[in-house]
Design a protein around this ligand. Structure first.
Ligand code: EZ4
Ligand code: CO
Length: 412
């Protein structure tokens, strides 16, 4: 078998998605997600100019060799653009291998280790009442684990949540902002860490009082704290028994986690912006985290993320794969197949794509009783309707950015 055609398809049904579509001489089609939120076209150029010419004529069965060829062969390694491009190739090759074998990808990865994947959704509200409504609506949708993000008195934005209302389509689906409204410039939010630290423990106390002790609750700190602030928050949240506290400090300085760990038993999750196993190596070996947040799309594909998670398993560290709506249905399917197969699955983030996205990408996964399952179609179980995709041209859009009251740029 050989790769005959490699197309890069950009579509923006509810937000921008980049998809690599490989076709073999035997007519098998493989899809890979190459979406990098806010920097989508950089990956398009990387694929079109530098990867597609290398793929044509190659044997699609040689997944590991092709991965090493693209990673080592480029000489320049790592980084989000490179790794999203390699991830798309890796996913598309697994998709093709599954179709050629007549098996879903999770079977090729060792078979199912569980019936389905516990998934968490994103509840948020400016006030406690709004937050409770959002939690209730998630419970009604069947979620059995919920991330809690809240407004902070004195601040305009609820950070780290998708936009809502008319621009969001049918669900809370966008992590970027409507370019027509924003003039193609990113939206600015405001921040005050001390106000946040004063407010958050009371929010979790209220949520526990209202919804009881059993519901798994998560929280995302979005890299906004210093090490000592993160240590204090972890300690303050201990009575509310969090499933995890995510990205408590900026991921670049991994030594910070030693300090956080010395002070709190709140479980820690890190890694949605990591690209390779090297980013995880030390914090896994030193047992500074409890959950690996890598996304199949941003970690270079199923192949390297499986290796990373197998390594994490030796330290009883589990998966918590990134799964916001900026991961396309193809990347989500890859995460579900991998999560079903590995032994050390923890939880899967799941926000639900909008109707338009689900019309562009037809998907075989199921969502019932708070659990995801990738389905049993051969390959990843996703098809791309190219005509439908063509209705939604790329629209420039960025993630918001963030400033302190005095104007200083801060982590978003
Ligand atoms: O803000 O994916 O845990 N989830 C997150 C995400 C990120 C977006 C950035 O594109 O932090 O919602
Ligand atoms: Co996050």
């Amino acid at each position: 078998m050989r790769i005959d055609k490699a197309e890069v398809i950009v579509t923006s049904p509810d937000r921008n998605f980049v998809t690599l579509r490989l076709t073999t001489d035997e007519g098998h089609v493989g899809l890979g997600d190459a979406t990098l939120n806010g920097r989508e076209l950089a990956v398009v150029a990387y694929l079109k100019e530098h990867v597609v010419p290398l793929l044509l004529g190659r044997d699609p069965a040689a997944i590991e060799d092709t991965w090493q060829y693209l990673y080592r062969g480029a000489y320049w390694r790592r980084g989000p653009v490179t790794m999203a491009a390699i991830a798309a190739v890796d996913m598309a090759l697994w998709d093709i291998k599954g179709k050629a074998a007549g098996m879903p990808v999770y079977q090729l990865l060792g078979g199912a280790s569980r019936r389905g994947l516990l998934a968490y959704g994103h509840a948020s509200g400016k006030t406690t009442d709004e937050l409770f409504d959002s939690v209730r609506s998630h419970l009604e949708q069947g979620y059995r684990a919920i991330r809690i993000q809240t407004g902070v008195p004195g601040l305009k934005a609820i950070y780290g949540i998708a936009s809502q209302g008319a621009d969001a389509g049918d669900a809370d689906v966008r992590y970027d902002h409507e370019p027509a409204r924003r003039g193609a410039l990113p939206m600015e939010e405001d921040w005050d860490t001390r106000a946040y630290l004063r407010h958050l423990p009371g929010v979790f106390e209220a949520v526990r009082n209202e919804f009881g002790p059993e519901l798994p609750l998560l929280h995302d700190g979005h890299h906004r704290m210093t090490p000592i602030q993160a240590a204090k928050l972890g300690k303050d949240l201990e009575p509310y028994d969090l499933f995890w506290l995510e990205d408590c400090t900026p991921a670049e300085n991994q030594e910070a986690l030693r300090l956080v760990r010395q002070h709190t038993t709140t479980p820690l999750a890190i890694g949605e912006i990591f690209n390779t196993v090297w980013d995880f190596k030390d914090i896994i070996r030193e047992q500074l985290i409890d959950y690996v947040r890598g996304a199949v799309t941003h970690m270079g594909g199923i192949t390297p993320l499986k290796k990373t998670l197998d390594y994490a398993a030796m330290y009883q560290i589990k998966s918590g794969m990134h799964g916001p709506t900026d991961i396309s249905p193809v990347g989500m399917a890859a995460a579900m197949h991998l999560g079903l197969a590995i032994h050390n699955f923890g939880i899967q983030e799941y926000m639900q794509h909008g109707t338009r996205t689900n019309e562009v990408f037809q998907q075989s996964f199921t969502w019932a009783d708070g659990m995801l399952h990738p389905g049993d179609e051969p390959g990843l179980g996703v098809t791309l309707d190219v005509d439908e995709a063509g209705k939604y041209p790329y629209a420039q859009a960025y993630l918001p950015y963030n400033r302190l009251h005095d104007g200083t740029m801060h982590d978003w």
